[in-house]
Design a protein around this ligand. Structure first.
Ligand code: S3P
Length: 174
């Protein structure tokens, strides 16, 4: 169908591996709205890969870059978009406000065991390059759970749902 102008920006949040990119691309196909990934924008604008940014400049600098991207997206919102975000974008209170102002925020809530199965073989996530990545995920979920919850307009428990069901649920509520 034609790009829908009646939809707001749809912003996907959640821990690494929860399906933000997969669902984001599915929503992009179904709506014809543009697809934006905050991690990709950061890589494009800095000319660096995320692990490099963490290593050279540290996590706090990366969080500054995320805030900058959210500010750019606020002013660039001529047409609605599907926006996939980095898992930690909700850590800073100013980012939570910016996200909520930017559009309809969806938390793809996913059990840590499922996340672990999906991403245990990835090497491009600096926060998981530790001896016990599952414990790290559990810790991140505990730390971030309430931030995801307070930022999201809609929470979807993705555990037993097919990609199409998740996309449908989001478009129905947006
Ligand atoms: C991070 C998640 C990553 C990326 C960076 C930090 C996090 O994005 O932004 O490695 O703090 O959870 P994904 O959630 O897309 O993996």
């Amino acid at each position: 169908r034609a790009a829908s102008t009646s939809l707001p920006n749809i912003i996907l949040i959640g821990l690494m591996g929860c399906g933000k990119t997969t669902i984001g691309k599915e929503l992009h196909r179904e709506t014809n709205l543009g697809f934006t990934d905050t991690d990709q924008l950061i890589e494009r604008q800095t000319g660096m890969h995320i692990p490099q940014i963490f290593k050279i400049h540290g996590e706090s600098h990366f969080r500054d870059l995320e805030t900058g991207i959210l500010q750019q997206l606020q002013t660039a919102a001529a047409q609605s978009r599907i926006i996939s975000t980095g898992g930690g974008i909700i850590i800073r209170p100013e980012n939570r406000l910016l996200l909520k102002k930017l559009g309809f925020v969806v938390w793809l809530h996913t059990d840590v065991n499922i996340l672990y199965q999906r991403i245990s073989r990835c090497t491009n996530r600096p926060l998981l390059q530790q001896p016990n990545p599952k414990a790290v995920l559990e810790h991140l979920m505990n730390e971030r759970h309430d931030f995801y919850q307070e930022t999201a307009h809609l929470t979807i428990d993705t555990a037993n749902l097919h990609i199409h069901e998740i996309a449908f649920g989001i478009l129905e509520s947006a």
